[in-house]
Design a protein around this ligand. Structure first.
Ligand code: SIN
Length: 542
């Protein structure tokens, strides 16, 4: 039997967590970074507002920890948050050394780093780059640094379609390249750093690549998932008919923007003492309620416009501070300095994911996870704004350390080299219909306001999608899109079951039928483990 090609470490995903891990791993072995599109197309690239980091010494580290814990609504795993805030300054300093250019006082890299404030932060500690292009700058600088490394290879336009498991250990992965060839690669350790799954929802700030592939593959291979009910809905995505839910960064509120309902009222006064800078889950629900209050019979979501108002902010040049957002708004005839900007919540960030320890180890030997795909418990039930890029840096490096420390041997997997049966043109349209049906149902039934009856409707819709996908798979069909659809369906299944099991409201998970937080029963993490019956959720004080 021909053996699969080999590499020491295989990294799935080329966002901040994957690239940071790859740089570390390459000091000790050959690394293959696999990414579905070109390098740079990841959730990281689209992060606008910034990276939260305590650069002001121990006192700020302690406050950053407190802010992270408070935002997480009782479920933050303290040691994970401690690692995040304490190691963050070193990781960011290192990134600057490698070429990341954050905005500074003189606008040319000189003077102090500029810092802004975002929701639920007690201090301005958010670094930003090119105004509102922080993720793009981090992605650019890390990719440039990694690209010149001789021991890092990139497989762009390549989809991971399966994990190879032998004797209870992950020993490699199956890759589908842009010419639809399927090939197995053996690796000593595989890192899933493939980001989140915003595409599971019809309304999302995430790019089209965010289909939860890594999470679904890990679960399918037998790794446990945790906290899947906690999906963060960003309060302010652009709300224009026929226009994608473009992110309107929280940094606008950090610079003074108000939220106004359709009567012009600054409604956050009724919801939280921190007003527009309240935790993200509070602001998102307030916007949904203000929208629904105007039309009480409308389905979950916003039926009447809520606006972001920056017209009174005169102390900064808005075009210069937010060039990307200003340019996108200009395409639609809107100007931050002149117009009210219509906004609504949209799926943004998954706090849950593949269960890991503090060093990215999943429950399946040989498999590691970092970044949004992972759940170390660092965000609890609600992530503090701008902690995600920092998470990628800190936990990407940590996962690499455990992959090196564990020193697993290479197990040569048998080669799989084949060309799956492509979908016919007549099958592609129904596949897109299945995907669209799932995404619409998830938004309507498992969005930011849920209840048992809607979640059950969501499960029924997910079952229809899963059955349609199973039919295609049984015919030996294979394509990137089919693989993405299977991932979205699995992730939706996990979200729905976890949300049904948590009969309380906490952080980003709000049940209209259980509106209170219930610490007695639910100061715990939800765990989905393939060892139990399908969809069975257990709660653990982890
Ligand atoms: C934003 O710029 O509002 C997004 C930042 C984040 O998700 O933390």
């Amino acid at each position: 039997m021909v053996k699969a090609s080999q590499v020491d470490f295989l990294v799935m995903g080329a966002g901040v967590a994957g690239l940071r891990a790859a740089v570390e791993l390459a000091r000790h072995g050959e690394v293959l970074v696999v990414t579905k599109e070109s390098l740079g197309e990841s959730n990281t690239h689209y992060a606008q507002g910034g990276i939260a980091v305590a650069m002001e010494g121990d006192e700020d580290v302690a406050l950053h920890l407190l802010d992270t814990i408070n935002a997480g609504d009782g479920l933050v795993r303290r040691p994970a948050a401690q690692a995040l805030v304490a190691e963050g300054p070193v990781r960011v300093a290192e990134l600057i050394e490698w070429g990341a250019a954050f905005d500074t006082e003189d606008g040319k890299g000189g003077g102090e780093l500029l810092r802004t404030r975002e929701g639920a932060h007690s201090l301005p500690r958010i670094l930003h780059a090119r105004g509102d292009a922080t993720g793009a700058e981090i992605s650019r600088s890390l990719a440039a640094f990694a690209r010149v490394h001789k021991r890092i290879r990139f497989a762009e336009w390549t989809t991971v379609t399966g994990l190879a498991v032998a004797d209870g250990r992950v020993i490699g992965a199956d890759l589908l390249d842009s010419e639809s060839r399927l090939k197995r690669v053996s690796a000593r350790a595989v890192l899933v750093a493939a980001g989140g799954a915003g595409q599971v929802y019809s309304d999302t700030t995430n790019p089209s690549v965010a289909t939860g592939d890594g999470i679904a593959l890990a679960a399918q291979a037998g790794a446990a998932l945790a906290d899947m009910e906690f999906y963060q809905f960003h309060p302010t995505a652009l709300s224009l008919p026929g226009v994608p839910r473009f992110l309107i960064s929280e940094a606008l509120r950090g610079e003074g923007a108000y939220l106004r309902n359709d009567r012009g009222e600054r409604f956050m006064e009724r919801y939280h003492p921190q007003l527009e800078l309240a935790p993200r889950d509070v602001v998102a629900r307030a916007i949904a309620r203000e929208g629904m209050a105007a039309a009480p019979d409308s389905p979950p979501g916003c039926s009447r416009p809520v606006h972001l108002d920056m017209r009174h902010v005169k102390n900064i040049d808005l075009g210069q501070r937010f060039p990307g957002i200003s340019a996108f708004l200009a395409q639609h005839g809107l100007d931050l300095a002149r117009d009210l900007i219509p906004v609504r919540p949209a799926a943004h960030y998954l706090m849950g994911g593949i269960r890991t320890d503090l060093f990215g180890r999943t429950t399946l030997p040989g498999l590691y996870a970092a970044g949004e795909a992972a759940c170390s418990g660092v965000h609890g039930a609600n992530r503090l704004a701008s902690n995600s890029l920092l998470e990628g840096l800190v936990f990407g490096a940590r996962a690499a350390h455990s992959m090196l420390d564990d020193g697993l041997p290479l197990v040569a997997a048998d080669a799989t080299e084949s060309v799956p049966v492509p979908l016919t043109a007549g099958e592609e349209a129904p596949l897109e219909e299945l995907i669209a049906g799932l995404r619409t149902a998830m938004w309507a039934y498992a969005g930011l306001l849920r209840r048992e009856s809607t979640l059950l409707e969501g499960l029924a819709a997910q079952a229809v999608c899963a059955a349609g996908l199973a039919q295609l798979a049984e015919q030996g069909k294979g394509s990137r899109r089919l693989s993405e659809a299977q991932a979205m369906s699995r992730v939706a299944h996990a979200i729905l079951h976890s949300a049904l099991a948590r009969t309380e409201s906490r952080g980003a998970h709000f049940r209209n039928d259980y509106p209170q937080r219930d610490d007695e029963r639910f100061l715990k993490h939800s765990i989905l483990n393939r060892k139990g019956p399908e969809g069975q959720v257990v709660f653990e004080a982890w």
